[in-house]
Design a protein around this ligand. Structure first.
Ligand SMILES: [Zn+2]
Length: 498
């Protein structure tokens, strides 16, 4: 029995593991690599296995870095069932259809560029092909020399299309938390709430073959205890092997109460002026949490009522899905529902319908007002237009409520950039820029260690995955100090489960 580490090994994206027994082959997560162009290119490295030979796929949650390659693996011949909680199935539909659309748009843009500037496109394609060959372990130079120009056009193709995504979505089976399901010959899976986003799961896999029985626990992404709306991560007490995420290894988040207080203060400061409060936020998870906290702050009388515009079609759809799963809510959110309060509604909140209405808001909107718009790192989506319109306005506060990836416009602004470039235009920064870091969807290091302490006996071996090298280096000694044997697997490493 063996485990192949095919993604989120020394990176935070591209989650993918293959469990192989002498009877079955099961893939756990099939996520997209995101981030630098080098990381993204890994999405085009051929799968480490023949997709036709896979019996089943298990998905921990709906984030793109966990589900984003599912249409790709399905288009290449995977024809088995895909298991996820019912909430995850619905959210994944949003995420994969959106991803397919973006790929199609990006590919069309690239084709237009190649038509206009064939020489430049060829140079770009060649260097991308060389990088891809290097990542695929071929001789990069030979590969570049041998590659005929027409052979490179696949780099301009979308990784998958909308029909591919639709076909893959038909393979999904929604299951309940806490029930053991037979998913492949000799393999069962139990989904436990991971408290990360709606429907997220820790997956406990029991596998049996001629070499015996093993229990392998895949942590998925572990949420913060006390995240609004959803439940806390489920304690797990045993397992022969464990894969634990390490996104925030070596780091401690600010306490949640402080984050909520800062949010209330930012809204209060916006009121009574000609102010605008602009909050970039990811559509799934963070937007619902922010709306929940704003509603709570208002109900508690700690902040004034400032009109709220929700400007993300995807966030609106995700909120509808959240509303359909009250059985996944934590006790606080359930108690609000019992009092017939809607925990995901802010009084008078306006859903911004289309891009025209979104643009009109910045010119004609009655102030003060606040906007929550996607995406969270200002790398795309309607937030970009708002930032472009309002960045030179000293009465605007740009409030970051989530993680800003290295090199993103969000990170540049957070680090105090005095001027930014948007759509080829240099814009001076006159607005206020503030950040709250306590709204993470991931447990920080003390919270991860607390979750690990639930094990009554340490697993035989704990794999530290889903983290950048520095975070993993900080985290590993602390896991060892709990008496756990640890390993930080490399990308494409295979480990025998004895
Ligand atoms: Zn996630």
């Amino acid at each position: 029995m063996r485990l192949h580490f095919l993604g989120a090994a020394r990176t935070v994206t591209g989650s993918q593991y293959l469990l192989e027994t002498d009877r079955a082959r099961v893939v756990i997560d099939c996520g997209m690599f995101q981030g630098s162009p080098h990381d993204v290119l890994r999405n085009r490295v051929p799968f480490a296995y023949d997709p036709k030979t896979i019996d089943a796929l298990l998905l921990t949650h709906a984030h793109l870095d966990h589900c984003g390659l599912i249409p790709h693996v399905s288009a290449l011949g995977f024809s088995g069932p895909i298991y996820a909680t019912r909430g995850t199935v619905e959210l994944t539909r949003l995420v994969l259809l959106d991803s397919a659309k973006l790929q199609e748009e990006f590919a069309a843009k690239h084709q237009r560029f190649a038509k206009k500037y064939p020489d430049r496109a060829l140079v770009e394609d060649r260097s991308a092909a060389a990088e891809l060959a290097a990542a695929t372990d071929e001789d990069a130079e030979v590969a570049t020399r041998e590659a005929a120009p027409e052979a490179l056009t696949y780099l301009r193709e979308p990784l998958y299309t909308t029909p591919d995504a639709t076909a893959a979505l038909d393979r999904f089976t929604g299951i309940e938390y806490g029930t053991e399901h037979q998913i492949a010959p000799g393999v069962t899976a139990t989904y436990l709430d991971a408290g990360h986003i709606l429907g997220s799961a820790i997956i406990r896999v029991r596998a049996r073959d001629n070499s015996g029985d093993r229990t392998i626990v895949f942590s998925g992404d572990i949420g913060r205890p006390n995240t609004p709306i959803i439940r806390d991560p489920t304690p797990v007490r045993d397992g022969d092997y464990l894969l634990v995420e390490s996104t925030y290894g070596g780091r401690t988040h600010e306490p949640e109460e402080q984050a909520i207080r800062l949010l209330g203060e930012a809204v209060t400061a916006t009121n009574g002026t000609s102010g605008v409060l602009l909050m970039p936020s990811f559509a799934i998870g963070r937007t619902q949490e922010i709306v929940y906290e704003l509603d709570r702050l208002l109900a508690a009388g700690t902040m004034p009522h400032v009109p709220l515009y929700l400007d993300s079609p995807m966030a609106g759809s995700a909120t509808d899905i959240y509303r359909r799963y009250p059985e996944y809510f934590d006790d606080d959110a359930k108690a609000l529902l019992a009092k017939t309060e809607a925990p995901l509604d802010y009084p008078g909140a306006v859903m911004v319908k289309d891009a025209n209405a979104s643009a009109a808001l910045d010119t004609d909107g009655a102030r003060p007002y606040m906007v929550v718009a996607s995406n969270g790192m200002i790398t795309g989506g309607r937030i970009v237009q708002h930032v472009k319109s309002l960045i030179g306005d000293a009465a605007m506060t740009l409030l970051f409520v989530g993680y800003q990836g290295e090199g993103t416009l969000g990170a540049q602004l957070q680090q105090g950039a005095k001027q930014v470039r948007i759509d080829g235009q240099d814009l001076p920064v006159a607005c206020q820029v503030r950040s709250i870091d306590g709204f993470s969807a991931h447990a920080d290091e003390p919270e991860l260690l607390a979750w690990l302490r639930n094990f009554s006996v340490a697993p035989k071996l704990t794999f530290i995955v889903h983290g950048d090298p520095a975070a993993q280096a900080a985290f590993e000694p602390k896991v060892k100090a709990l008496g756990f044997a640890t390993k930080v697997p490399e990308w494409r490493e295979t480990v025998e489960l004895t």
